[in-house]
Design a protein around this ligand. Structure first.
Ligand SMILES: [Zn+2]
Length: 287
């Protein structure tokens, strides 16, 4: 047995132990975040759907595809199960990222920040009221909950596409509409903790710039391949370009094409200063 093959199971064991400890923390101490006054909770709900709870108790949901997502735990297929939602972010127009956003927005009166072209389509096609779908774009910095709330959102580049497939109610047929440019998001919370939700993306050199400018503490990184980075590219981006403290892999396993696995990602990453947290759908990581 080689040194490398000895290390692999050790790494897997270590990842499992960390995962278990996070799960225990989440399940045994639901009030921990509030009690500590500084904790950030990140819950993975399958594919790219993430529920972020800020230290001040604000809830941000990114890319809500829940009701028909095969990886979403049954209890979260009811949108009410998410509880109060303050803000919804969409990275691009594909169905597996936006499906439940209009309904979740209406239930919570929560604004949906999306690429400008997608927000325009939502408004002009009557998918959402115009005031609930504010327009903004890459490079922009916004404070969707007001400057006093201290939550800052920055839209970044993503190497992908953003076609919006819309069913015309008059003809019953699908039509392709404007979906804007795909994005990633830097979410900076009240305590300065920075999360980079990378959206759907292939690898691109300016990830290094994003790493240097915004120094994300946590990246939410797609690894499934076919539509997004394969695990090896995701590992390179993590190790050489972004260098975060923590990484949570996402956008894998929801269909047969998304073949990349967390094990391939952690194997490709090797020894790294970045802690990889492999979550089961529904699990919460706290920081
Ligand atoms: Zn996509």
């Amino acid at each position: 047995m080689t040194t490398a093959s000895l290390w692999a199971p050790l790494r897997t064991l270590r990842a499992r132990a960390l995962q278990l400890s996070l799960l225990c923390l989440a399940s045994l101490a639901p009030g921990w975040a509030a009690a500590q006054g500084g904790a950030v909770a990140v819950q993975w709900l399958g594919q790219s759907a993430m529920k972020i709870t800020s230290p001040g108790g604000k809830v941000i949901v990114i890319d809500p595809w829940l009701t028909s997502n095969p990886k979403t735990p049954a209890e979260f297929k009811k949108l009410e199960a998410l509880g109060k939602v303050d803000l919804i972010l969409l990275t691009h127009a594909h169905f597996d990222h936006i499906a439940d956003a209009p309904a979740l927005s209406a239930m919570n009166k929560a604004p949906v920040y999306a690429p400008a072209g997608l927000a325009d389509s939502f408004a002009t096609l009557g998918v959402m009221p115009v005031e609930m779908a504010p327009r903004f774009n890459k490079g922009g910095v916004v404070f969707p909950l007001g400057p006093e709330a201290g939550i800052k959102i920055i839209a970044t580049h993503a190497e992908h596409s953003s076609e919006f497939r819309w069913k015309n109610p008059e003809t019953g047929k699908d039509e392709m509409r404007q979906g804007g440019e795909p994005m990633g998001y830097i979410v900076e919370l009240e305590n300065g903790f920075r999360i980079y939700h990378m959206g759907d993306t292939g690898i691109f050199g300016d990830m290094k710039l994003i790493g240097e400018l915004y120094k994300p503490d946590l990246i939410l990184i797609p690894i499934g391949s076919h539509f997004v980075m394969p695990p090896a590219d995701a590992a390179y981006a993590t190790r050489e370009l972004l260098k975060p403290k923590f990484a949570i892999p996402m956008h894998y396993g929801a269909n047969a094409l998304l073949r990349g696995t967390p094990k391939e990602y952690t194997d490709a990453l090797g020894q790294s200063a970045t802690k990889v947290l492999v979550l089961e759908p529904g699990a919460i990581a706290r920081f």
